[in-house]
Design a protein around this ligand. Structure first.
Ligand code: ADP
Length: 274
C-alpha cells in the first residue's frame, strides 16, 4: 500500500441546505513515501478542501483516506496522532504566529508532544536551521519584528519541528516578492533533499510547481484531471488552458520546466520565446 491512498473522496459542504456545494467529487490518487508532488488547479477546484482532509481537519462525506497505513477518516482515529505525521502549512501561515519569541513559537508543537526540554530545543534548532534562520541570533527576537519572508520561515519551522512524515504547504509563495519566492522554494527543495519526508505543494502557479515537484496532480471541478510527471502534464497544454490555467501561466510553466531540465535534455520542451 502507498504512503497516502485517497479513494473515491467526496466532500459536500452544507449538505441539504440551499448552500450545498459538492467540493470534491470522487478524488483518487496515491503517493509513495519520499515523493514530491505538486497539486495545481484554478481557484475553486477543490485543492484546499482536499488538503484539509489529509490532516483530519475535514471529514469526508464519502470515500477513504489512508496515510501510513491508518484510515484517518475512521471513527477511532486520534487527530493528535494524525497531526504528528501530517504537517500542514496554511496559506499566509505568518498570521498564526503568536508567541513572544521565535524560539517559543517554534517550540509550541514539540512541547505539546511531551518531549523533554532538551529534545524540544534540539527540534527548534534543527527546524530553524532547515529554513535558514540562525538559532543564536534569532531565538529571542519577537516574530512580529521580522520581514514577511522571515515570518513565513518561522511558521514553516514550527510545523517542521513536529517532524512530520508528510509536509503539505498551501501556496507557500503567496504574496512574496520574487526574491522571497526564490528563497522559500529553495528552502523547500533543501528540506526535501535533507529529510526523509514526503511533500505536497499546493499552488495555482505552474511556474512554482514546475520548479519543485517530480509529479503533478491537476484538479478541476473537485476531481483529479491529470496525474503525471511534469513533462507529460505539459504536453497537454490545450487541456490546461481549457480549465483556466491560462496561456501566460502555461508559458511560464514551460519556461520554468526548460530551466529545470537545463534546456538541453531531449525531454525538454523548447518554447517559442517570441
Ligand atoms: P481551491 O482551494 O482549489 O480554491 P476550495 O477547496 O477552496 O478550492 O473550494 C472548492 C469549492 O468548495 C468551491 O466552489 C468553494 O466555493 C467551495 N467551498 C470551499 N469552502 C467552503 C465552505 N466552507 N462552505 C461552502 N463552500 C465552500
Amino acid at each position: 500500500m502507498a504512503f497516502v491512498e485517497v479513494r473515491d473522496l467526496v466532500h459536500i459542504y452544507n449538505p441539504g441546505s440551499t448552500f450545498e456545494k459538492r467540493a470534491l467529487n470522487g478524488v483518487n490518487f496515491s503517493i509513495e513515501s519520499g515523493e514530491f508532488v505538486g497539486l495545481i488547479g484554478h481557484t475553486g477546484s477543490g485543492k484546499s478542501t482536499l488538503i484539509q482532509h489529509l490532516n483530519g481537519l475535514l471529514k469526508p462525506t464519502g470515500g477513504s483516506i489512508v496515510i501510513d497505513g491508518e484510515d484517518i477518516a475512521g471513527k477511532d482515529v486520534k487527530l493528535a496522532d494524525v497531526r504528528k505525521k501530517v504537517g500542514l502549512v496554511f496559506q499566509y501561515p505568518e498570521y498564526q504566529l503568536f508567541e513572544e519569541t521565535i524560539e517559543r513559537d517554534i517550540a509550541f508543537g514539540p512541547k505539546n508532544q511531551g518531549l523533554s526540554a532538551d529534545e524540544v530545543t534540539e527540534r527548534v534548532k534543527e527546524a530553524m536551521n532547515a529554513v535558514g534562520l540562525d538559532y543564536d541570533d534569532m531565538k529571542d527576537r519577537s516574530p512580529f519584528e521580522l520581514s514577511g519572508g522571515q515570518k513565513r520561515r518561522v511558521a514553516i519551522a514550527g510545523v517542521l519541528a513536529m517532524m512530520p512524515k508528510l509536509l503539505i504547504l498551501d501556496e507557500p509563495t503567496a504574496g512574496l516578492d520574487p526574491h522571497g519566492r526564490d528563497e522559500i522554494l529553495q528552502e523547500i527543495k533543501d528540506i526535501f533533499k535533507k529529510r526523509d519526508i514526503t511533500i505536497i505543494v499546493v499552488s495555482h502557479s505552474m511556474e512554482d510547481i514546475a520548479e519543485v515537484a517530480d509529479r503533478i496532480i491537476v484538479m478541476t471541478g473537485g476531481t483529479v484531471m491529470m496525474d503525471d510527471a511534469p513533462r507529460e502534464i505539459f504536453k497537454r497544454e490545450d487541456e490546461l488552458v481549457a480549465i483556466g490555467l491560462g496561456v501566460p501561466q502555461v508559458t511560464s510553466f514551460m519556461r520554468a520546466f526548460n530551466k529545470v531540465c537545463g534546456g538541453v535534455d531531449d525531454d525538454c520542451i523548447t518554447i517559442d520565446e517570441a
